[in-house]
Design a binder for this molecule. Sequence first.
Ligand SMILES: *Cc1c(COP(=O)(O)O)cnc(C)c1O
Length: 397
Amino acid sequence: MGKNAPGYFGEFGGRYAPEILTEALEELEATYNKLKNNKKFKKELSYYLKNYVGRPSPLTYAERLTKEWGGARVWLKREDLNHTGAHKINNAIGQALVARHMGKKRIIAETGAGQHGLATATVGAMFGFETIIYMGAVDVKRQNLNAKKIEMLGAKILPVTSGEATLKEATSEAMRDWALNVSTTHYIVGSAIGPHPFPTIVRDFQAIIGRESKKQFRKEAKKLPDAVIACVGGGSNAIGMFHDFIDEKKVLLYGAEAGGLGSKPGEHSATITYGKTGFLHGTKTLIIQDDFGQIVPAHSVSAGLDYPGVGPEHAFLAKSKRVDYRMVTDEQAIASFLEISRIEGIIPALETAHAFYVAKDVAKQLGKKKDIIICLSGRGDKDVVEVLRLLGGEKHE
Ligand SMILES: *Cc1c(COP(=O)(O)O)cnc(C)c1O
């Protein structure tokens, strides 16, 4: 496949998957290309997004935060108010519908923070699929409530104990399962990662975030926002938020990636800041690796950002400088988590707290009479116990 072939974003992206998956990826691409412009499919998708997820999610003016930060007006795109509490369900519903059209009976997924596992288990129950969730054993522990919910919904969790036992390993295991069970199974990839067509499919299903935001903001303010900010793990909420603004050259775009504990390998998940070009989970992108091309384990206080790669479109948007990606440390994210909870009455996900930290700088820098929109990717219930533990300095069990 050449650079300009579908699935490439500049030099990044493509399809570097094991041969055993080629047919499944081609089938998926063909089905998706047919469905995405199909009126009946679009109607079906919007039916579930409205009546099951609760879309459109509100765009909330954050009056107190605006005052506190003393700069630009702050608006929040409330993906935390979606059913299951995050943006993940937008993509899970879309892909579940595609799977149903392909006649698959079984769906599998990887999960980090558990939000994508929860979204997949939820649509699995709703549509009657057999559902398997691969989750790192470390994450099963630190995101135990989500793990319990996934089981409550009738899905099966297969804990992954290899390597760091987090999101990367869970993704590898899910890919292995898919390769073995391709005829019956659809793999609902949870972020804008993986071999083509996944980064495009996931982006398209998440693009509703930015599309709604643009419309809602235009109605309020009769203009475009001055800046849009989102956190970046694999990059699905961010690319969904950015997609409709990328060609609006006046709108500044910011991504917040996890700076973790420090700049040494193993201390962070800051793929764009520290990563080098390589191959991971079937795509060419920026990856945290050592001088020998070995992937270095990622770290972040938020399980959803704890991934050593990033979606290929973000690698491209970083290289072309359309998006300004900044690092936020664990400590800064926790400070923002507390600040937003206390000032705005919204407990954000720890992942989202990274975006708030960047937003505070941007708001101050832009100054009054400007407007910024933050993608509030998810709610923080899942993180309350972990944050209290970290603040209390208790030891890991
Ligand atoms: C999963 C998750 C993220 C990170 O994933 P992306 O694909 O980068 O969006 C961010 N926020 C929340 C609330 C999540 O659940």
